[in-house]
Design a protein around this ligand. Sequence first.
Ligand SMILES: Cc1cc2nc3c(=O)[nH]c(=O)nc-3n(C[C@H](O)[C@H](O)[C@H](O)COP(=O)(O)OP(=O)(O)OC[C@H]3O[C@@H](n4cnc5c(N)ncnc54)[C@H](O)[C@@H]3O)c2cc1C
Length: 460
Amino acid sequence: MQHIYAQLPVADRAEVVVCGGGTAGAFAAIAAAREGREALLVEQLGMLGGSATAALVTPVMHSGIEGDPPCSYLSDLVRDRLLARGACEPDGRAFDPLQLKIVLEELCRESGVRILYHTFIPQAVAQGARVDSVVIANKAGLARVQGGVFIDCTGDGDVCVRAGANYTQGAPDTGVNQPMSLRYLVGGIDMHALRRQFEELKRQTGLDNSADVSGDGRRMYAACVKNRPFPLSALFEEAVQRGDLLEEDHLYWQAFHVPGRPGSMAVNSPEFFTRINGASPQDLTLAQLEGKRRILRQMAFYRKYLRGFENAYLAEIAALVGVRESREIATDYVLTAEDLFAKRKHDDMFCQSNYPIDVHGLVLSNTRLDGPGQDGRPWYDIPMRCLYVKGFDNLLVAGRCLGADFAAQASVRVQQSVRSSGEAAGIAAALALQEGVSPRMLPPQAVRARMVARGARYAE
Ligand SMILES: Cc1cc2nc3c(=O)[nH]c(=O)nc-3n(C[C@H](O)[C@H](O)[C@H](O)COP(=O)(O)OP(=O)(O)OC[C@H]3O[C@@H](n4cnc5c(N)ncnc54)[C@H](O)[C@@H]3O)c2cc1C
């Protein structure tokens, strides 16, 4: 098969070709370009940020480590830019997805990254251990892009898989992926009215969790999960009994405020529990079609059962289905749940985390990493080897499909680690090109040393 694609004309070439411009991809391209390398970023959509922007996934989760070290210098730059335009919290966690797209583009432009939007990568052309090129499909037809180092940041490991890399997918016993979600934004909410209702519900139920609006109405957080006690549970149950919601609407629902957009909430729902293969076009289509129907049902529920929604409107539905987990690529080291529980440390660490093993499903399983671990330092490391695709000399993977087993991925997938992985991959590509070696031949601490020199913060 490969030889057919090798006949395609070469439309472009770059020292570092970053495939997919989500969080990992944007960070990888910016990091490589800031090391002085020619970086080309190829993205199927017309925006950067992927799940964080096109799938409307905000906020960035806390790493679970005291001080919340970002393990990335670019993360601080992004936070500062968002903060300057009132589009994130001082801690950088809650952000406005629209503004994040703009900030990532600005950083790409200033760093010299060349962006190629509206271009899908359906295939890779490899010769032995080297990737020669990726196939691109866009309005100009089919062509190839050649590169020195390729970084697969497609979230689903598309390039790695097409190049012939091994991978696993889904839970080890069933092969079933984590649920997908189609997220949306609601605007025009009277947060003060909602706050009064939340306070009443908390008094009535004696519960104090997950129904909060700040006094100035600018911050909110609410959640409701079936079979767990929340102040909002009775309202969801009543709506299900009266046919205003379906059982599935009640399984997992979460809402966050959006900085810079007063009266808005970003909803982490509806969630899909069947047909959830993020690498299946049919499943993704179904999530878009069915998801919109569920979103309209949830909007009607807010208007009928919650206060402050009289003038509320549906502000945005995600263009990209939120895929928590699809494929995990086989890399030189595959991070395991055991590594997480042991809080194992590695010489070639680029990222630290103590985020729980957060497996969604009909029954939620959120396993906190509470123990002290082997050395008493309460976090696990992600090593550079999780980014080096097994069997390939010039192919790295970053983001939610890096080398991890199903359970470890359920911790690693959060944006903090994904940002760090993109930055580390971009720097590794740049250093490897400079040294004329495969990235895996770099000294174990070389990439982290560069990240730290640039201002990346880590826990001691
Ligand atoms: C519903 C949901 C809720 C979540 N909640 C949180 C949360 O609250 N906080 C948190 O920190 N994390 C959360 N996460 C996890 C986190 O948001 C994601 O794991 C992370 O954003 C993934 O980043 P990525 O760069 O690896 O992939 P993505 O952001 O998915 O980027 C992949 C990019 O590649 C592009 N692409 C894909 N295939 C191709 C191709 N073949 N050719 C060209 N382009 C391609 C896509 O368009 C996209 O831009 C959540 C995830 C989901 C799905």
